[in-house]
Ligand binder design. Structure first.
Ligand code: HEC
Ligand code: HEC
Ligand code: HEC
Ligand code: HEC
Ligand code: HEC
Ligand code: HEC
Ligand code: HEC
Ligand code: HEC
Ligand code: HEC
Length: 396
């Protein structure tokens, strides 16, 4: 094929100029063609599928052969026939695709969306097979997928849901850890949003299409996408990689608790655990929401304006009293902190006499003085004030 391609290029070159430069030009093209073919075909083989599909004019037929060299499968030694079947040695010389597209050699052509999960899972659910490549690789993608809303709808004949290739691509599938992969952590939200933020596409389902918009400016979205903190969650941390379903209302604490373990423990011991389950409200999300989680403010506690607690607890109830008490305690804690902070950082209006070899600090408003090597008196005065206030000997 290289010879034929080179011949074709030479003819084209001749027509254009007919000068001696053409020879050099042909040589360059020839080398480039050889390099391209060597790049695309698995080492040491001439794969007729790749060879013929690379020459197709129809982009739909050519693109798979052009994209494949970047594919994780290709780098592990797989080629077209490992997914599509057929005979990768036949058809090219004879210019007859049917010799390669041989159903006796297992050719299955392009799968329909409904067939894709099983098509990929032929290997990905095969423990023995996958173990040879990466013993740590999960093999439950199909099982998880079937349990998801995507999988359930696909089984009912709805081809608009995500299948394996909606999230991973095809003929150029990258490892998850590759930053260019559509499922690399910082790309997941945009991949899901491709459908979930498209109001036209999602219209018939009647579910919200604002998840990405809300998530993008939430504490989590801004941490991950603006600050690059890979510890912050994206869509699949809460919905599962392959099990895309909203977390059940009574398993939300477990979902959030993967990262916020303390909050989970406190919540599970609180009276709200049982109360929320019987009311049918989301565990953490009844108070924090889910896609638009914001940085919580102290004003959420208490019984004043902006309080969260009084949306459920009315005056006279134990919950209301607890809320009032919590904010009162918080207020008094804030006052104490404020005072301590003031004492430590307020520049002491103290005077220093530098006239002598060892200057003397005199702290304003008190009789405290110290002969000091330091010209700065404020640390000394602050410490004295703090100690005095702790011992109840008045404040300054
Ligand atoms: C001699 C050229 C040639 C060879 C060799 C060849 N193909 Fe094709 N292939 C074509 C052409 C042309 C089409 C479109 C017409 C058709 O479907 O036959 C096509 C179509 C396909 C399709 C799409 C079928 C569909 O359902 O739309 C797949 C998948 C495919 N080839 C895979 C392969 C694989 C795998 C091999 C190697 C085992 C291979 N081809 C070898 C030329 C070739
Ligand atoms: C990892 C598995 C895998 C490998 C490897 C693979 N394909 Fe495919 N191929 C698919 C899937 C899945 C589809 C269906 C894509 C879709 O529905 O958009 C497909 C579709 C196609 C189509 C139809 C494209 C279309 O848009 O209708 C052609 C042609 C094709 N493949 C050829 C090839 C050729 C040639 C190679 C090797 C260079 C190859 N494939 C390697 C999985 C694979
Ligand atoms: C809704 C999007 C989506 C669909 C559908 C999907 N995946 Fe994934 N896939 C992901 C995400 C997200 C990850 C994980 C990224 C991570 O680990 O951070 C992933 C990871 C993987 C991995 C790496 C190992 C692992 O399980 O973490 C494989 C292999 C994989 N998917 C194969 C498949 C196959 C096969 C299918 C179809 C049965 C499929 N995926 C369907 C989004 C999807
Ligand atoms: C012929 C067997 C086979 C088929 C069919 C197959 N895969 Fe794979 N896949 C593998 C192997 C083997 C690996 C590489 C494991 C490794 O990393 O060593 C892999 C790797 C992957 C990875 C990268 C996982 C990672 O390490 O991050 C993804 C994603 C993936 N496949 C998705 C798919 C999808 C989607 C399909 C269907 C279109 C598919 N595979 C079809 C065998 C297959
Ligand atoms: C190819 C388009 C497409 C992509 C990509 C996609 N989804 Fe979906 N998703 C759908 C459709 C369609 C539904 C079905 C809606 C329904 O049944 O209400 C759905 C349903 C869901 C549901 C269930 C919603 C409900 O309560 O009914 C969740 C959760 C979900 N997707 C999460 C995700 C996540 C997370 C990602 C990315 C990792 C993702 N989806 C990628 C199309 C897509
Ligand atoms: C911090 C966890 C978390 C993150 C991150 C997250 N979700 Fe959700 N999502 C939830 C919870 C919890 C629900 C269920 C809410 C309920 O039923 O009350 C939900 C519900 C959904 C639903 C059902 C419809 C709806 O809006 O209620 C879809 C679809 C969905 N999420 C998609 C996404 C997509 C897409 C992303 C990424 C852009 C995402 N989610 C990010 C926790 C999360
Ligand atoms: C994958 C880990 C992860 C998951 C899952 C997760 N979060 Fe977070 N969350 C984080 C990280 C990281 C931050 C940023 C912390 C920071 O700003 O220092 C954060 C911040 C927050 C904040 C703001 C804290 C502050 O002081 O600013 C709240 C509230 C919060 N998450 C609630 C939730 C809830 C509710 C859920 C479940 C619906 C959840 N998170 C799920 C990792 C996670
Ligand atoms: C009854 C309402 C309520 C519930 C239920 C609730 N929170 Fe909170 N959460 C709050 C309030 C109010 C604050 C702010 C406290 C403050 O700043 O004074 C807060 C603060 C936080 C913070 C930031 C401060 C810190 O502790 O790091 C995180 C993270 C958090 N919550 C996560 C969660 C998680 C995870 C759950 C579920 C396990 C949960 N919350 C359940 C009301 C609630
Ligand atoms: C989504 C509604 C909701 C929100 C918001 C809420 N609670 Fe509750 N809380 C309940 C329910 C329901 C119960 C159990 C029934 C009862 O005792 O009122 C409860 C019980 C309590 C109890 C135990 C009362 C007892 O009988 O011993 C306390 C204390 C409490 N809540 C404090 C708070 C505080 C503080 C806040 C704000 C941070 C808050 N709650 C926010 C619904 C809520």
């Amino acid at each position: 094929m290289i010879r034929r391609l080179a011949q074709r290029t030479m003819i084209a070159g001749h027509r254009r100029s007919g000068s001696g430069i053409v020879v050099l030009w042909c040589l360059a093209i020839f080398t480039w063609t050889v390099a391209l073919a060597a790049d695309a075909a698995p080492a040491g083989s001439s794969n007729s599928c790749i060879a013929c599909h690379q020459l197709q004019h129809d982009k739909r037929l050519r693109q798979p052969a052009v994209g494949l060299p970047n594919d994780v499968h290709f780098t592990k030694g797989f080629a077209c026939q490992d997914c599509h079947g057929g005979d990768p040695t036949g058809g090219m010389a004879e210019s007859d695709p049917s010799l390669a597209h041989d159903s006796a050699k297992g050719f299955v052509g392009a799968p329909t969306p409904a067939q894709i999960p099983e098509f990929c899972a032929r290997c990905h659910s095969d423990v023995e097979r996958m173990k040879q490549y990466d013993p740590k690789m999960r093999v439950d993608q199909l099982q998880e997928y079937r349990s998801s809303q995507h999988g359930k709808k696909l089984a009912q004949g709805d081809a608009k849901v995500a299948t394996c290739i909606s999230c991973h691509g095809v003929h150029g599938i990258l490892p998850v850890a590759d930053t260019r992969s559509p499922v690399y952590k910082t790309n997941v939200a945009a991949t899901c949003a491709h459908c979930h933020a498209d109001t036209g596409y999602m219209g018939p389902y009647g579910i919200p299409t604002n998840q990405f918009k809300l998530y993008r400016t939430s504490v989590h979205g801004s941490k991950l996408l603006d600050k690059g903190d890979l510890g912050a969650p994206t869509c699949n941390n809460c919905h599962g990689n392959h099990g895309a379903t909203p977390p059940g209302l009574t398993s939300i604490a477990a979902t959030c608790g993967e990262c916020h373990a303390n909050n989970r423990e406190f919540f599970n011991q609180s009276p709200h655990k049982e109360a929320f389950a019987s009311l049918g409200v989301g565990e953490c999300t009844a108070c924090h929401n889910h896609h638009d989680i914001a940085k919580p403010a102290d004003s959420l506690l208490g019984v004043g304006p902006g309080s969260l607690c009084i949306t459920c607890h009315s005056e006279g109830e134990p919950g209301y009293r607890a809320a009032a008490l919590m904010s009162a305690k918080l207020d008094s804690l804030k006052t104490t902190l404020h005072t301590a902070h003031d004492m430590l950082v307020r520049p002491a209006t103290s005077s220093c006499s530098a006239a002598r070899r060892w200057p003397i600090c005199v702290c304003a408003g008190s009789g405290w003085r110290l002969r000091s090597r330091s010209f700065s008196c404020s640390p000394f005065c602050s410490i004295k004030r703090f100690a005095a206030s702790k011992a109840g000997r008045g404040s300054v």
